[in-house]
Design a protein around this ligand. Sequence first.
Ligand SMILES: *[C@@H]1O[C@H](CO)[C@@H](O)[C@H](O)[C@H]1NC(C)=O
Ligand SMILES: *[C@@H]1O[C@H](CO)[C@@H](O)[C@H](O)[C@H]1NC(C)=O
Length: 517
Amino acid sequence: MAGLRVLVLVVLAGALQAVGAALPPPERSYNILMLLPVSSKSHRNVFMPLAKALTQRGHKITMLSNQPAPDNNPNIRYIENPSKHVDTDKVNAFEILGSPEKMFKTFTELIPKVAQEIYKVAEVADLYEKRREFDLIVIDALFNEVMYPFTHNHTFMTINPGELHPSFSASMGNFLNPAYVSNMLENYQHPFSLLDRWKNLIMSVILPFHWERAIVTPVQAEISKQFPDLPRLDDLKRNQSLTLINSHFSVGQPLPLLPNQVEVGGLHIGPPAALPKDLSDFLSGTTPVVYMSLGSIARSSAMPQEYKDIFFSAFAKLPYKVLWKFEEKPPKKAKNLFVQSWMPQQDVLAHPNVKVFISHCGWLGSQESLYFGTPILGLPIFGDQPKNALALEHAGVARSLAWADLNEQRLMDSITELIENPKYREKAEKISAAMKDRPLSAVETAVYWTEYVIRHQGAVHLRSPERDLTWVQLLHLDLLLLLHVALYLVYLIISKLLAFFCGGSRSKAKRMKGKRD
Ligand SMILES: *[C@@H]1O[C@H](CO)[C@@H](O)[C@H](O)[C@H]1NC(C)=O
Ligand SMILES: *[C@@H]1O[C@H](CO)[C@@H](O)[C@H](O)[C@H]1NC(C)=O
């Protein structure tokens, strides 16, 4: 009897390990097109687990990206976009530090160029011709407006590699109230003060306009030249069936989402793998380990010497071990320092001895750190990183330092505080537990909804009627205007009546008074 029970448990555990075992079997093999030609490697890393899981369920994937093929999966056809103007390997993060608009400007200059060229690339033109052969198109929601012509009269969905931006949500018919939802570049502590609400309201209005003017309008102009009969890109985007959001209420904030806005936070986080021997030897023992990585954009070659000096001398004085993703040899040998140009980051963060993650606070790395319950020391550089760092601080799992204020003492104090004060780790572990406690894993959730959209021919029943309202209707501006007019008319009528009855006797009295004089 006991043997049978063990056998059943073993079989069950085996079945649960296969991706999507908890899902209904697919009705047939689908043909899916993923479009992310204006993306970073990290965005591609968000698409890959879904693509791979879909092929494991018998579907075929075609992926257009500006990154080289990451594997040789026979069920994924990779097409590399040669019109790659966004080469993050050439961006110098430390140059951007002083002028954050610079990074945005690179995008606003490059994206219209991509729009100009991409449909002239033979493979892309071919894909465009054959778009009807696909059951579903999946587009990267950020910076890939140029791909919306593919979606005309077609079923498509998007993936948000990061948070759901309020303006993106509004285009799907879910206006997120800026009284409690921060705009795409800032983070305010809840509950928002009067001043914060004012600042957030202004930014929530200005940022989407700026985005529209700087990115969408030039792309629209290019696309209109090439596809004169197409609806506007904004209208095409509005017709999406569903969006997968690589965020989760346990790490961000709870939002009122539509049935077609599905959280798959941690989609890019895979099951932990064994560490290479040298790394696992270094990590073992009882000494706490500090792990530092500024991502792929802030390379050591670009780091000003003064910062290198601060890190090396602070690390040498710490009573901890330090693991640093850094592309250069350290100036002098230090027993407690392990430097390597690439790190299996998720597996490092999963190691119980890693007690703090010094990070630029990119969205994906921050989620990995929380998933594994590791507190963060933020050194944000650009884009959404300062916002993420603040949000992590507000959540009680991080401290952050501005590059301008960085010195040896501050760095050492912050690291020591994060390791010695247990409150940060306790909070991070709480978030980690909540992030993992879900009915389906992130990948399974993503697979389920991707198949669902195809199964239900675009699943139009998920869409919010708010999509079809204008701002005037949504904010009841027409009704308010009407009420004001009605109230004014009532006021006019009453004052005329009063003038007739009371005013009449008053003017009689006046006339009498005038006669007496
Ligand atoms: C797209 O659909 C509309 C109506 O839904 C139709 O009038 C139009 O001809 C279609 N266009 C293409 C290119 O299929
Ligand atoms: C809008 O989406 C539906 C469902 O996916 C699709 O059938 C229709 O053709 C799309 N309309 C346009 C104009 O793209």
